[in-house]
Design a protein around this ligand. Structure first.
Ligand code: UDP
Ligand code: MG
Length: 313
């Protein structure tokens, strides 16, 4: 018998908990046939609604359901990490509680693991139902990441992933504080099969991601998986030194040939404000990395547990 652990991060998902369970257990005949047992870990990420009580209702009915509840909202990345730490399965899969990651795909995904792949990842090929401006920025982000990071980060990749134990151990061996899973999955490598599906809109409740939250998250992704912005800052420094050198030469030559009518005050102001702008920008880039380093050296825990209910414990 193999064990499959499903990790479901939940933040204010009371309407979806039971629906998700219903949808997931539809795979049971398939699991039986393949001699796979399963456990579901609902990771409550500090929900303020009835999510926890909905999960407890399920636990009373089915001992394969487990709950880990955080002391506050730590974010989906923390929930994923916590789930990995708790899971005991030979296979582990992450799914969103809102059914945007259809459990019906699991048989196909498990099939690929049997064929020898170490993990199966999913990406959505359409962004149907998403605000166009968000899709535009998402595309820009992936294009930029492709250029500036050596880690492969797939456009449209979802966090819906199925993996074997060695991959889980590899991810757990990266206890970094600034977690950007899409990058971490790429970084650990292993043989990964990509499957594609059409975007499915969330059925109940609302997305937890505002545009601003996504923007900050993308900056986290960049600083976590690329140091190109630092190189860019250094490059700007060199560029401006060269420009200054050319200007000095120009000024000397002009003085020698034409004398120097004391002028150029407006251009001076422009140059000074441009250069100070660039300087502050580059300083800001360095500051970002410093801030990340600062958070990292503090070694704070990634999440704090308020309650854990597992196997009737
Ligand atoms: N989620 C979480 N913590 C958060 C935000 C989201 O655990 O701080 C969970 C959420 O409950 C859902 C999954 O992460 O199961 C994906 O969130 P959402 O559907 O809001 O994101 P989207 O699908 O719109 O990208
Ligand atoms: Mg969703």
């Amino acid at each position: 018998m193999k064990l499959l652990s499903a990790i479901v991060p939940c933040y204010n998902e009371e309407e979806n908990i039971a629906d998700f369970y219903q949808e997931f257990v539809k795979n049971e005949p398939f699991f039986k046939e393949k001699e796979i047992e399963f456990e579901i870990w609902y990771i409550d990420d500090g929900s303020k609604d009835g999510t926890v009580s909905k999960i407890k209702n399920l636990i009373e009915k089915d001992s394969r359901v487990h709950l880990l509840s955080f002391s506050r909202n730590f974010g989906k990345e923390a929930a994923i990490y916590a789930g990995l730490e708790k899971s005991k399965g030979d296979y582990v899969v992450f799914l969103d509680a809102d059914l945007q990651d259809p459990p019906a795909l699991l048989p196909e995904m498990l099939g690929f693991l049997e064929q020898g792949y170490d993990s199966v990842a999913t990406r959505r090929v359409t962004r149907k139902g998403e605000p166009p401006i968000r899709s535009f920025f998402a595309r820009m982000f992936y294009r930029l990441m492709k250029k500036i990071s050596r880690t492969e980060i797939m456009d449209g990749a979802r966090d819906y992933r199925l993996m074997k134990r060695p991959v889980v151990e590899a991810i757990l061996s990266m206890p970094e504080y600034n977690r950007f899973s899409k990058g971490i999955f790429g970084w650990v490598g292993f043989e990964t099969k990509w499957i594609e599906f059409e975007n499915i809109e969330r059925k109940k409740g609302e997305t937890k991601w505002s545009f601003w939250k996504l923007f900050i998250y993308s900056l986290d992704g960049i600083t976590a998986f690329s140091t190109a912005p630092l190189a860019f800052a250094a490059f700007m420094g060199v560029l401006f030194c060269l420009a200054a050198f050319a200007l000095i030469l120009f000024t000397i030559v002009r003085k020698a040939l034409f004398g120097d009518p004391t002028s150029g005050w407006p251009s001076l102001v422009c140059i000074i404000s441009l250069i100070s702008g660039v300087q502050l920008f580059c300083l800001g880039i360095v500051g970002q990395y410093l801030a990340k380093t600062y958070m990292e050296v503090k070694r704070r825990p990634i999440y704090l547990i308020k309650e854990e209910i597992s196997c009737g414990k």
